[in-house]
Each structure stands twice: as C-alpha cells, then as structure tokens.
Write a protein that binds this ligand. Structure first.
Ligand SMILES: [Zn+2]
Length: 365
C-alpha cells in the first residue's frame, strides 16, 4: 500500500484542484458563468443544482435578461445530453431537472419544462461553450476520479492518525494510573485508615429472608456464604478476605446485595448507612472526618477507581448527598452537595491534593 501522510495527500489534492482550474479557466472567460463549488448556493436555482444527486462536472447558472429567462445547466458524463434545471409545468411548479439532447434538440422522455421555447433558444446561444466543456470531459472526469479517490484516502489516513493518537493517550493514562496507584496507596493508606463496622440483625424475619435470598442464582453461582461472608468471586478473593467479617471492606457485591435486599445490617449511623448503600463495592479505603461546622463527612475509595466518593450532609434539610472528585486534581467527576459544604470538604482535601497536583503536572493528556 502506498503510505502517504495527510499533508502529502493534501498537496496532491491542491495540485489536482489547480489542474481542474486550468481546464475551467477558458470557459470562465466565455459567455458561461461557472459555479464555484466552494461558494454556497445563493438562490433556489443554485440549490436545485447543488442538491441534485445526478453527477455533474460543470454546473452553470444561466441568466438571459433579453429573453427574460433563468435556468441551470449542468454537464455530466455525456457529450450529447445536458441537464437543465427549470420550473416544471406541474400544478405547483418547482425547479426540476430535465434532460436535453444538444444535437437532436429534444427533451428526454418528451418531458419539457414549463417554458421550453426560450430555454431552448438560450441553450443554443451557448452551444459553442457547451461543446468546449464536452471536449474536456475525459480529462475532467479523470481528475474528478483522482480527486474522489484522494478524498477517500485522506479520510482513511485521518482516521488512522486519530486512532493512533488515541492509543498513545490511552497508554499514557494507563501508565500514569499504574504510577499513581503506588503513591495513592501509600498516601491514602494512613490518611484513610478508618473503617465502618456493622452487625447483622438477628430477627427471625431477616433469617428467613436470608435463607430465601440464598437461593438467588448469582449467589448460588458464586457460592456466597452469608454466614461466613466468603464468596467465590474475584473481589472477595482479591480484597474481601483480608478484612474481618464485620468490616464493610470485607463485602463483595454479592454479599452486599443480599444484605441490602433483606435489610439485614444494623448498627450503622445514618451517614454510614447512606454512604454504604450508595456505594459500588468493593471499598478500598475509608476516611471519616468532621467539617468545621461540626458535621460529619465520609470519603470512600473503591478498588480500581480513579475518584473519591464523598458523602456529606445537606445544609438545610435532613439527609445526605454524594459527589465524586478526581484523584489527580480534586475536580468534580460528579457534582453534588451545596457550595458551602463543598468548600469545607475542599478545604479538608486541599492538603491531600497538593502533592498529587505537583505529580500530575508532569503528565499532560
Ligand atoms: Zn462475591
């Protein structure tokens, strides 16, 4: 395959454009006015010619004031037939395309436009110019094909370049995340050394419910044991099993799902309960803190995640809201919470992000 860069293709396109221009030039100085394909259509007649899917190599907008007629003329791939754009003789006339044989002086399908006589006269006034166009058709067609081919090639190359750049960017992000994970783990491990412990309700109802839910397909599939907390899933094996039974970090999503369905967990504060029930598990690190207005907030980081999930109280109403912030620079991934509360949270987090922001400056995406 001939591998040309986008710049080379563009150069070649320019060269072809110049050649086409050379062919067109003699006709431009003739009686016919040629459309410039780069100029958008400026009236109904232009639009009709432009929007016609019929391939045309030359498009002309003819205005003969002496005869009081205007029509469009285009020359495609024939050197006998031309296309005429003019008003039709329908009940509600609109501009349509009509085929015209220059030498036999007849309309295609015997179907003329609304005013065929002056239009015919107009066409033959320009016969010499039309024939000049005919004489260049082969060369013009050849260049048009080359141009089409190059445009297609250009699109392919541009797409390839975009994909290549995307892959480089993805690689840089991956590398950065791997690099970052070590730092984050070290940094957050001691800052985020809180956890949330819970107890199970020991009522008859929840035991029954638990037994019932134990028959769910995906719990059965993963052999999720709700009494011991063990599970066959990768999350439990990779993370969960290193924590105690009553630590929320020991829960894989299977166990968590079962507890949520049966409302089995007790001993959580309101904010803990909210944070837990709106989190996607498994949780890696937890930080509980108090804002300067004395109200509590909770930050959690999940395994394989690139954000901090923050739960904070609403300012005026009861209840809590969540938002997510990016690891790298503390910008929002998902907004939530009032401005007042977010300011307090940001204040708390600022020192955490300071080092990370210095680090992330070395990477530009
Ligand atoms: Zn599991």
């Amino acid at each position: 395959m001939n591998l040309k860069s986008v710049a080379e293709i563009q150069d070649e396109l320019e060269r072809i454009e110049a050649e086409i221009e050379k062919i067109l030039l003699p006709h431009k100085i003739g009686a016919l006015f040629l459309f410039d394909s780069k100029t958008p259509p400026n009236d109904e007649l232009d639009s009709a010619i432009y929007s016609d899917p019929h391939k045309a190599l030359y498009c002309l907008n003819i205005n003969i004031t002496d005869l009081n007629i205007r029509f469009g003329l285009s020359i495609g791939y024939s050197n006998e037939w031309i296309n005429i754009y003019a008003l039709s003789k329908r009940k509600t006339p609109s501009i349509e395309r009509f085929g015209y044989h220059l030498y036999e002086k007849r309309w295609s399908y015997g179907d003329p436009p609304a005013t065929p006589v002056p239009i015919k006269k107009g066409i033959h006034i320009f016969q010499e110019d039309i024939e000049k166009c005919f004489s260049t058709l082969n060369e013009r067609r050849e260049l048009a094909n080359q141009k089409k081919e190059l445009h297609r090639y250009l699109r392919d190359q541009e797409e390839k370049e975009i994909l290549y750049k995307e892959s480089l960017r993805a690689k840089a992000i991956t590398e950065f995340c791997v690099e970052r994970e070590k730092i984050l783990t070290q940094k957050y491990l001691y800052l985020f050394n809180d956890s949330i412990s819970f107890a199970l309700k020991d009522t008859k109802l929840s035991v029954n419910k638990l037994n019932k839910i134990q028959t769910y397909d995906w719990l059965v599939e993963n052999k999720t044991n709700l009494k011991t907390g063990e599970c066959d899933c990768i999350d439990y094996k990779k993370y969960g099993k290193y924590h105690l039974f009553n630590d929320v970090r020991s829960m894989c999503r299977h166990r968590f799902f079962a507890y949520r369905e049966t409302d089995t967990i007790k001993d959580l504060s309101e904010i803990e309960s909210f944070a837990l029930y709106h989190n996607s598990h498994p949780i890696h690190l937890i930080h509980k803190g108090d804002l300067s207005n004395g109200r509590r907030f909770i930050i959690t980081i999940n395994h394989n995640s690139n954000c901090l999930n923050i739960v904070m109280p609403k300012v005026k109403l009861d209840g809590f809201v969540r938002c997510s912030l990016s690891f790298e620079n503390g910008t929002y991934i998902r907004k939530g919470g009032s401005i007042v509360m977010m300011d307090l949270i940001h204040e708390k987090l600022e020192f955490l992000f300071k080092d990370l922001m210095v680090l992330s400056k070395h990477f530009t995406f």
